[in-house]
Ligand binder design. Structure first.
Ligand SMILES: Cc1cc2nc3c(=O)[nH]c(=O)nc-3n(C[C@H](O)[C@H](O)[C@H](O)COP(=O)(O)OP(=O)(O)OC[C@H]3O[C@@H](n4cnc5c(N)ncnc54)[C@H](O)[C@@H]3O)c2cc1C
Length: 638
């Protein structure tokens, strides 16, 4: 777009938006003009009860800067007035329709594809609102972030080609809007489709779902928008003795899952999903497509667990498949507190990390009501890569207290084990259900995580059960470690929680009613329990699993002024000793912190000083002030 058409575009926008403020804002590159509109403030993430950490607007910290600007040294206007005006405007968002129009104009300038092609993948709440809403909601997997007050993107772009992703990145950069990248939409805090920044767009990658399985060399190339169930199914189509070690929920997206680690029932045998990634394709901040060779080994290391949304847009991953036996065994055994659940769980954590790598047993700890009495219950759920005779012999030898019988076991194929763990009836459900992108129930939910490194005594387990019963709704998922997880060095990938961890805890609470009081109560239960667990779990730092996203453990605020110190708080919990290396890679590949979210990896610039250019908020703030001044003067001086 040349300067003249920019100007015409700006004028037409201004005409169209008579309700908007009659002010235009120059964007970062001083090329595009937009009217701005005032939107109500929002609170995301939800405030913590104790610290009341709400969204901090740029205006709150911006007064001092207003007075420091040379252009803002008016003799005429009282500084109070300016302060008030600045406060009013600096929280403003761009008008969604003008963002939409700007994308429609910008995309063809940055892509070989036709304007018509490109416009068909851009959705706006104003131009095509019903399609926009349908696309937005299709991959919202937590109803907490599907309310009328949830912040909404200005536009959604659903690219179908690599060049569309490149153009979308370049245009978002030019327009100065934040990009949120979404693949399967399972982020527990909705980070892929909600934002604390007023201007954001969603790059929805669900069309990148191609999966190429090559049994001869035991590899697969998987699009970021493919779902785990689709990957499992495509492998099963070609081989009954191959699989892939990843999560148990078939509708989880590859893009987020592999970017954050990824584990499932073969964790002890084969480690994490990222331990099997051999290459990647990604669009970087300059719109370049990088792979392992062109991006380098540091970037390759970072995109295998350093978190999605920090380094670029993942288009696909290349992975190695793993061998699975034709006969697998699964079982589910329940024991209440009255049936010695505390002793059994305590025993499980001491013997199981050293048991045969073919066995994975997860325990659900839940408060239940039995004979009108509230009591704690442990459900042991297993996947064994072998037949039931071998499994029963193994359990008899190592964990006879559980009393596993052959009749408790179900022998299944590997793909049926996937169905079993996804709570489908293996006798009546065909594997094709894995191709159903919406086979899941979407509820309201909250997750947190912890790691246990020292065995918890039976009395400790009893106190945990009692606390869960007292709280009433929250449950725990204990995920067994050991095996291959202990052999892979903590710095082999960004995921650091390897040797020394007995098991990982997921705090889990789901509900299906949008009542805000209920939500506050359940969020509070998770936080109370987290406090309660302090003596039992890892310390200094207290570990957390990135894919169990939890904004309670720290966020980078939208102004980005303390991005490093804020990032360090959650970064050390998620990545421990690997955090600093992630920061270095981030600084090298995205020095201006274009790819950012509430828990992204900060750049080194944030460590050295408050970033003056790394966040577009700073640059635009200055521009806004300069532009507002004549307007303010005009109004008040007549
Ligand atoms: C029901 C359920 C079951 C789960 N089960 C497991 C499990 O068994 N094991 C396990 O390890 N985890 C599990 N998880 C957690 C899951 O792995 C993470 O939430 C994961 O990040 C989801 O990926 P996604 O693509 O679906 O999510 P999204 O919400 O789309 O993305 C998650 C994050 O990755 C970023 N991202 C997404 N796509 C891209 C891309 N193409 N390029 C760059 N960044 C991207 C997003 O911006 C966001 O920050 C489960 C989650 C749910 C809701």
């Amino acid at each position: 777009m040349d300067a003249r058409s920019m100007d015409l575009h700006a004028r037409s926008i201004r005409k169209r938006n008579t309700k908007c403020l009659l002010v235009s804002v120059l964007l970062n590159d001083n090329r595009l003009l937009h009217p701005i509109n005032k939107l109500p403030r929002f609170t995301y993430p939800p405030p913590l009860p104790t610290t009341s950490k709400t969204f901090k607007t740029t205006a709150c910290g911006g007064d001092q800067k207003v007075h420091n600007q040379p252009v803002m040294n008016p003799l005429i206007m009282p500084s109070l007035l300016l302060t008030l005006l600045f406060f009013t405007f600096s929280n403003a968002a761009l008008d969604p329709d003008s963002v939409y129009q700007s994308f429609l104009e910008c995309l063809p300038l940055n892509s070989p594809e036709s304007a018509e092609n490109l416009s068909s993948v851009v959705y706006s709440s104003t131009a095509n609102s019903s399609a926009y809403t349908a696309v937005l909601q299709d991959y919202i997997k937590n109803q907490r972030f599907n309310t009328s007050s949830t912040p909404k993107p200005s536009v959604i772009i659903t690219p179908t080609s690599e060049s569309q992703v490149q153009a979308a990145v370049l245009c978002a950069k030019k327009l100065g809007v934040q990009i949120k990248i979404r693949s399967g939409g399972h982020d527990y805090e909705g980070i892929s489709y909600v934002s604390t920044e007023p201007d954001f767009v969603i790059l929805d990658m669900f069309n990148f779902k191609t999966i190429e399985v090559n049994i001869e060399d035991e590899t697969a190339v998987v699009g970021a928008g493919a779902l785990l169930g689709e990957l499992y199914y495509r492998i099963y189509e070609k081989s009954k003795v191959h699989g892939f070690p990843a999560g148990v929920c078939p509708t989880v997206g590859v893009g987020g899952h592999l970017s954050g680690g990824g584990y499932g029932t073969m964790l002890r045998k084969y480690g994490l999903s990222v331990d099997h990634v051999t290459d990647f394709w990604m669009v970087d901040v300059n719109g370049l497509v990088l792979d392992r060779k062109s991006g380098g080994e540091d970037l390759f290391w970072a995109v295998r667990g350093g978190g999605g949304g920090s380094f670029g847009v993942i288009l696909s991953y290349t992975v190695n498949l793993v061998s699975v036996p034709e006969t697998n065994t699964v079982f589910r055994v329940m024991k209440t507190q009255a049936e010695n659940a505390s002793e059994l769980v305590s025993k499980w954590q001491t013997v199981m990390p050293n048991i045969d790598d073919d066995l994975f047993i997860r325990i659900l700890l839940q408060p239940v009501t039995v004979n009108r009495q509230k009591i704690g219950r442990a459900t042991f759920i297993a996947h064994f890569l072998g037949d039931s005779d071998r499994l029963v012999a193994l359990m008899d030898k190592n964990f006879p207290e559980l009393g596993l019988k052959k009749s408790d076991c179900i022998e299944v194929s590997w793909i049926q084990s996937v169905l079993y763990w996804a709570n489908f009836d293996v006798n009546t459900t065909a594997p094709e259900i894995l191709l159903d992108r919406h086979s899941d129930n979407v509820n309201f939910g909250k997750r947190k995580s912890d790691y246990v490194q020292t065995p918890i005594s039976p009395s400790g387990m009893t106190s945990i059960f009692n606390k869960l019963v007292e709280l009433g709704k929250l449950g725990f998922v204990f995920n067994l470690y050991g095996g291959r997880m202990y052999e892979i060095p903590a710095d082999a990938t960004p995921f650091p929680h390897r040797a020394g961890n007995l098991f990982k805890i997921q705090y889990s609470v789901n509900w299906n009613d949008g009542d805000p009081e209920l939500e506050a109560n359940y969020l509070n239960q998770s936080r109370v329990m987290y406090e309660f667990m302090t003596p039992f779990v890892s310390k200094n730092p207290r570990g957390a699993y990135l894919n169990y996203r939890d904004l309670d453990i720290g966020v980078t605020s939208a102004d980005g002024e303390n991005s490093y110190s804020e990032g360090e708080v959650y970064g050390e919990k998620y990545f421990m000793g690997n955090f600093e290396r992630l920061v270095k890679v981030k600084t090298a590949v995205d020095p201006d912190n274009f790819f950012r979210n509430e828990q992204s990896i900060p750049t080194l610039a944030g460590k050295i000083s408050a970033p003056s250019s790394s966040y577009r908020g700073e640059a635009r703030k200055t521009v806004k002030i300069q532009l507002f001044l004549p307007w303010v003067l005009k109004i008040f001086l007549g």
